[in-house]
Design a protein around this ligand. Structure first.
Ligand code: CUA
Length: 330
């Protein structure tokens, strides 16, 4: 190899190595290191255990392969031999061949056994449970927010409220006119796709109160990255009391989830136009129709909403941004 090429190669390898080391630091430091976040449900615990097992096995394989690679590179390096010199001819090595067949089979068997052992505890289902076994909450993925419908019809947006220690079943879906999303709050459960017109179920019970954050995990359009999901786990009696109350601030909640990602948190305009100069905003009927049908780049964010939610949003937008005074309800 000509000297300049060799030098260039050496420099770029060292640069790559340095870059990898620099990037490894922040990766380990962010999100609590390489581990999945601290689980607060049986589902997430099992996902985490499987993760460690797979990481352990693949980590050992990585070390063995890389060590062998370095050993061979050093031990069998050229040492000035001509490029076309033939190496020793080796034909067959029965013990080695048996070993490199048997070891991977054992590894795959261990992985498969562990997964099948853990699977029954990771409760992802294609069918709904029998009525009454679980508290069922409908989760709709929409461009670009999450809409939750609780037993009795109460609605919340982006943040789902869950009772501590009670078995819940999330019915995860998307409206037929929407696209695929994926509901993912890692401390509670693995990802589950929200597919238009299809229902998927995850079941778990959260074992610690708190606010757990997540993210839509399926690319769904321009504002996918802003499509956050979160779950607030509260004591069961507090949950029951909340469920009985009429929705507080549903208008603002809906605005922040369904409108703000495109029109800005203060309606100042972002990838969607500013709401402050909009004539539609002051006209409750026009606004309603726009929400239900969409227009141009704007998806039909409010299609299929119940009247309470639609009125709440129209009222909120009207009061906050309308120049002709409030004409909507909610
Ligand atoms: Cu919804 Cu990505």
């Amino acid at each position: 190899m000509p000297e300049p090429v060799r030098r260039k190669l050496a420099v770029s390898s060292w640069t790559m190595l340095a870059l990898a080391l620099v990037l490894a630091g922040p990766t380990l430091a962010g999100n609590g290191g390489v581990a999945p976040p601290d689980p607060v449900s049986g589902n997430a615990e099992n996902v985490r255990e499987l993760y460690w097992l797979v990481l352990g096995i693949t980590g050992v394989i990585f070390l063995v392969v890389e060590a062998a690679l370095i050993l061979f590179v050093v031990r069998y390096r050229g040492r000035g031999r001509p490029r076309d010199a033939e190496g020793p001819q080796v034909v067959g090595h029965q013990r080695l061949e048996l070993l490199w067949t048997a070891i991977p089979v054992v590894i795959v068997a261990v992985l498969a056994a562990a997964v099948f052992y853990k699977l029954p505890d990771i409760e992802n289902r294609a069918e709904a449970s029998a009525p009454g076994d679980y508290l069922r909450i409908r989760v709709e993925g929409r461009q670009f927010y999450w809409r939750y419908v609780y037993p009795g019809g109460k609605v919340s947006v982006n943040e789902v409220r869950l009772p501590l220690g009670r078995k819940v079943e999330l019915e995860i879906t998307a409206p037929a006119f929407d696209v695929i999303h994926s509901w993912w709050v890692p401390r509670l459960a693995g990802k589950m796709d929200a597919i238009p017109g299809k229902k998927n179920y995850i079941r778990f019970s959260a074992n610690r109160a708190g606010l757990y954050e997540g993210q839509c995990a399926e690319y769904c359009g321009a504002q996918h990255a802003l499509m956050l999901a979160s779950a607030r786990v509260v004591p069961a009696d507090e949950f029951d009391a909340w469920l009985r109350q009429p929705p507080e601030s549903l208008g603002r909640q809906t605005f922040e989830a369904a409108c703000a990602p495109c029109h800005g948190g203060n309606g100042q305009g972002l990838i969607g136009p500013s709401l402050r100069s909009s004539t539609v905003v002051g006209d409750a009927e026009a606004l309603r129709s726009l929400l239900e049908n969409g227009k141009g780049n704007m998806p039909a964010v409010g299609k299929d909403w119940d009247d309470t939610q639609l009125r709440a949003l129209v009222g909120y937008v009207n009061r906050t941004f309308g120049r002709q005074g409030a004409t909507g309800g909610g």
